[in-house]
Design a protein around this ligand. Structure first.
Ligand SMILES: Cc1ncc(COP(=O)(O)O)c(C=O)c1O
Length: 280
């Protein structure tokens, strides 16, 4: 028999198949909300304050009331425990929408909808990390300031990822409106050039929790991660390219639009820096 799954919905833990949100919820109607995806290892939730800070900043920027006096840590652990995920890897997802409110604009007098899920997470196999992921440049440029927020308007990224899959790649390279390199469809980007690590300076990229942690981790090792404007041509000259996100950690890139990219031996160093930061 399938084990019952639970989610946190607003004020209580409910069975997943009994968790209901109104069709008038603005998250459903307009994508009017934000989400976070966190990694948990044996019940330990990584970078929780950083994820909550990003969610709160986005909620405030778009006038969605951020839950006050909510015991985030307790609730996230409660959802993990209810789903038997205190051991192993888990994906924890937090979703906050404006809830129900009429009118266009950003009406403030609302009860936001809060959902917390936890599911088992299977990372890519070690061979996949060793082989790396092919990257394909999505031809449509991202022109929205929403890119700086992990908003529920994810359709652009879903289309970009599908484009990459259709090309036989695993991730899409997203370009800024001006054609500069931005990030991946669900990943931040880091690359090596002249013996240094860089990440693209991109006005509408998501401030990734993982790339932030990597910057701090590299600094601890006396190394630097500099943020620089990057053209696609400059990226293609990199001596290593990596994709990062909270679930997957650090994934090397094996090719860019069909051109092979060196699998740099520095992947281990980057992952180690991230692990140390996660334990700090
Ligand atoms: C568009 C985009 N960029 C970057 C990232 C990486 O962010 P983080 O390291 O906070 O998981 C994500 C995560 O899903 C994303 O959706």
């Amino acid at each position: 028999m399938k084990k019952s799954e639970y989610v946190w919905l607003n004020e209580e833990l409910v069975l997943l198949d009994q968790a209901a949100v109104s069709v008038n919820d603005r998250g459903f109607l307009y994508g009017d909300g934000f989400f976070e995806t966190l990694r948990a290892e044996d019940g330990r939730i990584l970078f929780m304050p950083e994820h909550l800070a990003r969610l709160k900043a986005s909620a405030q920027a778009f006038r969605i009331p951020f839950p006050k006096k909510f015991s985030w840590e307790k609730r996230l652990h409660q959802v993990l425990a209810a789903n038997g995920l205190e051991r192993g890897l888990a994906r924890v997802k937090i979703l906050l929408t404006r809830g129900e409110a009429s009118g266009l604009g950003l009406p403030q007098e609302t009860w936001p909808t809060l959902v917390i899920w936890a599911q088992p997470y299977s990372p890519p196999a070690p061979e996949e990390y060793a082989r790396g992921w092919p990257l394909a440049t999505f031809p449509e440029r991202r022109t929205t300031f929403l890119g700086r927020h992990k908003s529920l308007n994810y359709l652009f990224y879903l289309a970009a990822r599908q484009y990459a899959l259709d090309q036989g790649a695993k991730e899409a390279l997203i370009l800024e409106a001006d054609g500069l390199v931005s990030e991946g469809a669900a990943t931040s980007l880091i690359y090596a050039r002249d013996g240094n690590f860089h990440t693209p300076l991109a006005a509408s990229a998501l401030p990734g929790v993982t790339i932030g942690a990597l910057g701090r981790g590299l600094a601890r090792q006396g190394l630097s991660l500099t943020t620089v404007p990057t053209t696609p041509a400059q990226l293609s000259l990199a001596s290593g390219i990596w994709l990062t996100n909270s679930l997957m950690g650090v994934m090397p890139v094996s090719s860019l639009d069909g051109m092979p990219v060196l699998i740099s031996p520095q992947t281990g160093l980057l992952q180690e820096c991230l692990n140390l930061e996660a334990q700090a």
